[in-house]
Design a protein around this ligand. Structure first.
Ligand SMILES: [Zn+2]
Length: 289
């Protein structure tokens, strides 16, 4: 419920009912049998993580790099905290109407040579700290904006903004945009992937932003109005256009009947059988700008 309060304070447009529903969503994920050998809190944590990973796999629309590794491995290599936040965010997004929201691209080793950076070690995908989403609408769409807000409410940043033509669907649990040479994360992977998965996650934890700060970032960077206001504006504009068109057709038909009346009157006058010319009619019925 901490998120709900922050959302309300921030004046975001996510309905309260949705925010309240979020708290219950993770508990509604399918339950799994507990593995033997884990006890108490660590056991619970493992189960939560497994449920989150299962949900991410179930809802994914695997792209080329996921298929190449196998979706299970591509998801398993995502940082555990990130995986849990993502599962909650995707479930919230689907409940809010983004029915096909899911991961398209997850972990990617540098050797695949995929991504926007020339040096593939710069990419957060190589450290399990980034995904590309599917089912969140086109760049700049209300759906994309909706996803960005839901993601932020779950501690996920999509740093390039919902209007970025190429990177609108790239999301991460940190505001770090590139892993430069001096970053300690660099030592945890090789070209083919993690050298030691646990070590990669351990170092990755240092860069994961807390959830409240991700909401603050989205609010601070907000340059357009909330989605529901945009929808209301689009609706109002459609209505205005429709009534404008109705007014134009009324004006045109009244001009036509005026021209017809004039022609009838002229035809009744003795010796005057002049009909309005086509040009005159055209002039009279000329569509106003
Ligand atoms: Zn990406």
């Amino acid at each position: 419920m901490k998120y709900v309060k922050t959302l309300l304070l921030a004046g975001l447009s996510i309905p309260l009912a949705l925010s309240c529903a979020l708290a219950d969503q993770i508990s509604s994920l399918p339950t799994h049998e507990l593995e033997m050998g884990c006890e108490g809190q660590s056991c619970e944590a493992d189960t939560d993580l497994q449920q989150a990973r299962d949900y991410l796999i179930k809802t994914a629309r695997p792209g080329g790099t996921m298929v190449r590794q196998g979706p299970d491995l591509a998801i398993e290599r995502l940082h555990p905290e990130f995986a849990k936040r993502l599962a909650a965010a995707i479930q919230a997004a689907r409940n809010a109407g983004l029915d096909e929201a899911g991961i398209f691209s997850a972990y990617r080793p540098p050797v695949f040579g995929v991504g926007g950076f020339a040096d593939k070690y710069y990419s957060l995908h190589a450290y399990g700290l980034a995904v590309d989403m599917y089912g969140i609408g086109r760049p700049g769409s209300p759906e994309a904006q909706q996803w960005h807000e839901i993601a932020a409410a779950h501690g996920i940043v999509c740093p390039y903004g919902y209007r970025s033509r190429v990177e609108w669907n790239h999301c991460q649990p940190t505001r770090l945009e590139a892993v430069k040479a001096e970053n300690p994360l660099r030592e945890t992977i090789a070209g083919s992937g993690p050298i030691d998965l646990e070590r990669m996650f351990e170092v990755g934890s240092r860069f994961i932003a807390n959830a409240e700060s991700t909401i603050a970032t989205v609010v601070a960077e907000r340059i357009v109005r909330p989605v529901n206001v945009i929808r209301a504006l689009v609706h109002a504009r459609h209505q205005a256009r429709n009534s404008q068109q109705a007014a134009i057709s009324i004006r045109i038909s009244s001009r036509i009947s005026r021209a017809t009346r004039l022609a009838t009157r002229q035809s009744r006058l003795p010796g005057k059988t002049v009909q309005p010319t086509r040009a005159k009619l055209a002039l009279l019925t000329k569509r106003p700008k």
